[in-house]
Design a protein around this ligand. Structure first.
Ligand code: HEM
Length: 128
């Protein structure tokens, strides 16, 4: 069976720095996003760290996310937030903009774009 291509990205990129950069850029967008900003806590330090560690782990890097947070159970973790189609689209737009600023990861768009679309769609927990 072919290996999941998302989990091969870290090995090819070879460092964590682009993942942290991606997350910084993503949250620059979230901070200005009137739909998404209210969903997040005032202090974005922890959301940034969690998302970066999650993406590093998902892409095949170190497993610190699960060591610190346990099994991802991502749909359950998103249940407290109202996520409809509009929130999904806003999340994806911010991630798309962020990827545009990190060429080391934008090189894997053919793998990352469908991964993010599928994952974000799975997080939808209410009609709009
Ligand atoms: C569909 C739109 C989405 C919205 C509106 C959304 C919103 C949020 C919010 C408000 C939080 C809580 C802040 C925090 O504690 O970090 C959160 C947590 C998180 N989100 Fe999302 N999210 C979305 C999609 C995604 C996707 C597609 C991913 C991954 C590819 C993701 C990964 C995470 C992670 C790793 C956490 C931290 C979970 C934890 O360990 O507590 N989210 N999200």
């Amino acid at each position: 069976m072919a290996q999941d291509p998302v989990s091969m990205i870290y090995m090819q990129v070879g460092s964590e720095e682009p993942f942290f950069k991606l997350v910084e850029e993503f949250y620059v967008g979230v901070e200005k996003d009137p739909l998404l900003r209210p969903l997040y806590p005032e202090d974005l330090t922890h959301p940034k760290e969690k998302l970066a560690l999650f993406l590093i782990q998902r892409c095949g890097g170190r497993g610190t996310y699960t060591e610190q947070r346990g099994h991802p159970r991502m749909r359950q973790r998103h249940m407290p937030f109202k996520i409809g189609m509009k929130e999904r689209d806003a999340w994806l737009k911010n991630m798309d903009n962020a990827l545009g600023k990190v060429p080391e990861l934008a090189a894997y768009r053919d793998v990352l774009d469908p991964y993010f679309v599928e994952f974000a769609t799975f997080m939808i927990n209410q009609p709009q």
